[in-house]
Design a protein around this ligand. Sequence first.
Ligand SMILES: *Cc1c(COP(=O)(O)O)cnc(C)c1O
Length: 432
Amino acid sequence: MICENLGINQSGNLTFAGRDTVDLAKKYGTPLFLMDEERIRHNCRVYVNAMKKYFGAGSEPLFASKAASFKAVYKIAMEEGMGVDVVSCGEIYTAKSAGFPMEKVYFHGNNKTDFDIKYAMDAGLGYFVADSREEIDAIDSIAGEMNICQKVIIRITPGIDPHTYDAVATGKVDSKFGFAIETGAAENIVGYALEKKNIELCGFHCHVGSQVFDSDVYFKTSDIMLEFIADMKAKFGYEAEILNLGGGYGVRYVESDPAIDIEANIAQVAERVKTKCSELGLKVPAIKMEPGRSIVADSGLTLYTVGSVRVIPEYKNYVSIDGGMTDNPRFALYGSEYTVVAANKMTEECDFSCSVVGRCCECGDIIQENVKLPSSVKRGDIIAVMTTGAYNYSMASNYNRLPRPPIVMLTKTGEYTAVKRESLEDIIKNDL
Ligand SMILES: *Cc1c(COP(=O)(O)O)cnc(C)c1O
């Protein structure tokens, strides 16, 4: 199986975090998001320990919470000693409600409104990751009104194509994010920010993309960013204290995805950073990384119930489930791969090729194509989609007025509902 927390028990059912998924589907109903708390903690610890060990004090991982944002996950990240990234007031509010220490929060996004900026400063948020000249002006003037000096990191575009999907490749020069080194925009904005009275420039950030398996990408990125730091030191006498290398380590959605040894990767990147710093005559900055997917993806599993099986002889077969693009829009958005199984028929041969489709009124409402299921698949069977902990719940919608599924967190000793199932009243609660 693609992750250690998956298995098959004596009843031939899929297990997740050691629990029978078919029993859980019966108990909580479907669609259902399950999350494995121990796996989230394990993934956090891999980063926290490796970054401390190889990069040293001041270096730490920040959980990119857009991957999964709800109170329980911020609480877990806090307990494991992570910082967090947020991209909206909604995420700030959720983190704050969970008791997350605001000084360890980094505020991202290419368009923070004045309202967002005030809200974040009022909340005492640690760092802004500034993404435009307009934002730097707004931070400076709002911080001035509030009589504070706001810590800021500038988002830089190192100009790297991480050889991944274009839609999630954000480190390239033509990206909507950041200031490109190549065009001179990065250098100009550093000079500009250094002049601002109510801004304390703390360093630089970059993020080259997602689902990255190749450690070469981080070598190249850190080389370029450290050269940039050295260049800024020479030009402005300013040496960055923080270098944030972004997120993006890949996870296994399907068998053919490689497994990454994150600790070994971090060790190699640290080696490279230290060597480069001594070549350039820099002190080693506090390194931050921002894993999102690799913290929560394999900690999640979605369960659905089959409603119908449609066989169109000589053409195509469809298995319809009771959720769809409303709880997992990733195939519809960018054709993401997933491993899909019949959780109550794990020992049967899978010789029925089909598309597993959702219940929305959209032909594009597809969870996965070319899925192999047992030919006995029928109404009432439980379908499991693996590795759904990242960018599923956080991208979920109420299209077709479908209530969002609950998140049930499985723990070492039991389970708890981290997010309850939306009710029909919830669906109309803002309708006047
Ligand atoms: C999305 C994002 C991340 C997390 O990426 P993953 O692929 O989920 O690890 C980190 N940093 C920034 C700026 C992002 O936009």
